[in-house]
Every structure is written in structure tokens, then in C-alpha cells.
Design a protein around this ligand. Structure first.
Ligand code: KIV
Length: 278
């Protein structure tokens, strides 16, 4: 039986009921259709596609057009899964008007279910304006990859009493601004627990320990497909990269030895071929 697609309202309901859920990234039709067939409730077409799909070192070079190009096939491939579309660097920081314009393009051109953007207290006025005009917004605080250069790299956040308090303030201010959920990335578990307890919207944790409402991972990380590096918080639930290399090597071996294709994989109709005219 097809799973029932979550709505924006279900996010808060799940938290009220203490019901945990799972959230992964997808960037294309085939992977989206596989996630749709699984029990995972939410897909993020993240700007992490810059690193995972395009081979960039960071997410900063990803454009609004790149995002729309990838969100569209994911929405087509996952009709029963809630799909969030990430707003890339430079598409919302300038002004609330720019953010509304970019979010409207994402929603109208892809038909995804919400947009996600990075930032705490400083982004709240923009988020409020977006929510006021009917845009469903998911927040993202803690280690926000688009600003990683300013943090001195991909580093754990909230490791001091002051920065932990700032995260709680960020979450509360985003909730007041109208977000329906908040991604919290790379923070000590004890801080994530305090953030989650401070708000009524679900905290979607990635590298944020067990005491949050939902676990998020990049699909290529959790299935052990991405070979460049493995953050501490990533668990490999399968080893798909090794399986793929094994399959490719078998294909190569059967190609060079002539073992493939057998008649089973060939069109075997007999055709009388007339002699070639000179
Ligand atoms: O772009 C992304 O994949 C993300 C997740 C890491 C939450 O923002």
C-alpha cells in the first residue's frame, strides 16, 4: 500500500504525538522513486547537490536554476513523499522581496511542498514576510553550510553556553516568524535536546543526537555511496558504492570475455540480409 504523504500540519502533530520520522536527500527521479517506495516520510532536495551531484567543494556555487532543475524530477518521482526544496546561497539573503521571488519560483516551477533556508534570528524578518504571503518555510540553524567559510569550515556549533543559548533563541525566533519545522545541524546532543524542548515545531536533526523529532541524512552518505569524506554523525546503513563497483566489474569482465550478452539478452529474430550492392 502506498504511504500517506505528510502535510505541513502533520509536522507539528507528529511532535505533539512524540512520533519520530525520517528525512533524506534526493536529487533525481530514480532515487526519489526509491525513497518514495520506502517508509521515509520526507525528502530534501538540498543544495548539498553541489557537492554530491556536481563535485563542488561547498554548496555556495549552486544556483536557483540548478535547484529548480533537480527539484522538478524529485517531485515527479516521489508523489507520496513530502518534498522540501532548498533555497541556494544568494537567492534570499538580499531582501524579503528577493526571498519571496526566489521561493515563488521554486514552488511554482517545481510543485514541491515547501522551501528551506538557512539562518537564525537575522533571517526572521524575511521568513515572517514569506510566511505572511503563504510560503511554507522550513528553517535551518546550527552548522549552516552556506556560511561554513565564516565559521572556519564545517564545524560543530553551540559548543559554548553563549552559542547554545543563541541556538535556542534562533529556534524560538524562527518559530515566532512562522516556520513549521527547523533543521538543526551539527550541535552537541545536549544542546539539541534543549532546542527541541524550547519549541513546539519539530527539530529535524542532522548530527544533533537522539533527542530530536526527526533524523536527517544525505542519502548518498547513509547508503555509503559518496566517497569523498564521512562526517562523524553518518552511519552507513548499506554499502551501495561497493555493490555498484562489484556490478560494474562483473559487467566489464563479461564484456571483455564475451560472456555477455547471451541470446537471453539479444534480439534473436532471423533476418535474411541481401548482398551489398557495390
Ligand atoms: O543541503 C542539504 O542537504 C542540507 C542537509 C544537510 C540538511 O541542508
Amino acid at each position: 500500500m502506498a504511504k500517506k504523504k505528510m502535510t505541513v500540519l502533520d509536522f507539528k502533530k507528529y511532535k505533539e504525538e512524540g512520533r519520530k520520522f525520517a528525512y533524506v536527500t534526493a536529487y533525481d527521479y530514480t532515487i526519489a522513486s526509491i525513497v518514495d517506495e520506502s517508509d521515509v516520510e520526507v525528502i530534501l532536495v538540498g543544495d548539498s547537490l553541489g557537492m554530491i551531484m556536481l563535485g563542488y567543494k561547498t554548496t555556495v556555487g549552486v544556483t536557483l536554476d540548478d535547484m529548480i532543475h533537480h527539484i522538478r524530477p524529485v517531485v515527479k518521482g516521489a508523489p507520496n513523499t513530502f518534498v522540501a526544496g532548498d533555497m541556494p546561497f544568494g537567492s534570499y539573503q538580499e531582501s524579503p522581496e528577493q526571498a519571496i521571488r526566489s521561493a515563488c519560483r521554486i514552488l511554482a516551477e517545481t510543485n514541491c511542498d515547501c522551501v528551506k533556508l538557512e539562518g537564525g534570528v537575522e533571517m526572521a524578518p524575511t521568513i515572517k514576510r514569506m510566511v505572511d504571503v503563504g510560503i511554507p518555510v522550513m528553517g535551518h540553524i546550527g552548522m549552516t553550510p552556506q556560511s561554513a567559510t565564516s565559521f572556519g569550515g564545517f564545524k560543530v556549533q553551540g559548543g559554548t553556553p553563549e552559542s547554545a543559548l543563541k541556538l535556542i533563541k534562533d529556534a524560538k525566533t524562527l518559530e515566532e516568524a512562522g516556520v513549521f519545522s527547523i533543521v538543526l545541524e551539527c550541535v552537541p546532543s545536549v544542546v539539541a535536546k534543549a532546542v527541541s524542548e524550547a519549541v513546539s515545531v519539530p527539530i529535524l536533526g542532522i548530527g544533533a543526537g537522539p533527542d530530536v523529532d526527526c533524523q536527517v541524512l544525505v542519502l548518498q552518505d547513509l547508503l555509503d555511496m559518496y566517497g569523498d569524506f564521512k562526517p562523524k554523525f553518518v552511519k552507513h546503513f548499506a554499502h551501495i558504492r561497493a555493490e555498484m563497483v562489484k556490478g560494474l566489474n562483473l559487467f566489464h569482465e563479461e564484456t571483455v570475455t564475451g560472456a555477455f550478452p547471451t541470446p537471453e539478452y539479444s534480439f534473436n529474430k532471423q533476418v535474411e540480409i541481401p548482398p551489398l550492392d557495390d
